[in-house]
Design a protein around this ligand. Sequence first.
Ligand SMILES: O=C(O)c1ccccc1NCC(=O)[C@H](O)[C@H](O)COP(=O)(O)O
Length: 275
Amino acid sequence: MSQATILDTIVTHKRQEIASRRELVPTKLLETSLYFNSQPLSLRKYLLREGGSGLIAEFKRKSPSKGWINQYAPVERTTLGYMQAGAAALSVLTDTEFFGGKNEDLTTARRFNFCPILRKDFVVDEYQILEAKSIGADAVLLIAAVLTPQEIDSLGRLARSLGLEVLLEVHDGEELARSINADAVNLIGVNNRNLHDFSLSLDTSMALAEAIPNEFVKVSESGISTAAAIGQLREVGFRGFLLGEAFMRHARPERACAALVQEIAALPKIESVVA
Ligand SMILES: O=C(O)c1ccccc1NCC(=O)[C@H](O)[C@H](O)COP(=O)(O)O
C-alpha cells in the first residue's frame, strides 16, 4: 500500500470545507455570478504565443513545505506586476488552510488582469469546478494523485463544458498512464516536488517529457528558478513553467518575475511542438 502524503491531509480537510461552503453558497447561487457566462481565456494559447515567456506566475503566500513565504504581498500589485513583466498567465492559490489563499484573491486578480488565470486548488468535487467558473478562473488543476480516472473524466468534462481549460498534474509515469484523457484535459503538468519528502528535482520533468503526447501542452511545475532550467525544459518539449516561490520569496515578486522574463528572452528561439 502506498504511504499517505500531505495531499491526503489536504484532501480530507478540503472535503469538509466543501460541505460547509456548499451550504453557504449553493450551486444555484454560484451560477448567478457575473463570471458564469463569460468567455474564458485560453491558457494553452497564451503559453504557446510566439516569443512569449511561457511563465505561469503564481501568487502563493505560504505552503506546506516552506511555511510563510510572503504573508503581505498585495494581490493587485503582484499579479498586475507579473502580467506587465511578461508572464504568460497567472496561477492563484485559493486554498486557505495550507496556502493562505482565498477565492477573493483570484477575483481580485481577475479584475486587474487580462491574461488567463489558473485556479490552483485541490479539486475533488464538481462544486469546486462551478466555483472556479464563478470566481473568474480560466483554467483548473486536476491532480492525478488524488483522483480516479473516472473522476478526472467527469470533473474535466464538466470544466470543459463551462469553457475552462484543464491542467492535469502528474508526478510519475504510472499516474500519467492511468490518467491521460484527451476529452477531459488540455494541458499536462509534471510536478517536480516529491510529496513524501518535499524534495525538488527537475529530473522528474525531464524523465516524463517524452511520454506526454504532443497534443497536450506540457507544463513543468515547482522548483524552477532560473532561465537555464527553463532552457533545458524547453529543449525536451515543455512550453509552460509554473513558478511560485522563486518570485514570492522576494518583497516585490513582480520584479523577480521581470528579471527572469528578460533572461528567458535571451534564450534560443523555440519551435512549436504541439500537434
Ligand atoms: O508548495 C508546496 O509545498 C506544496 C505541497 C503540497 C502540495 C502542493 C504544493 N504546492 C503547490 C504547487 O504545485 C506549487 O505551488 C507550484 O507548482 C509552484 O511551485 P514552486 O515554484 O516550487 O513554489
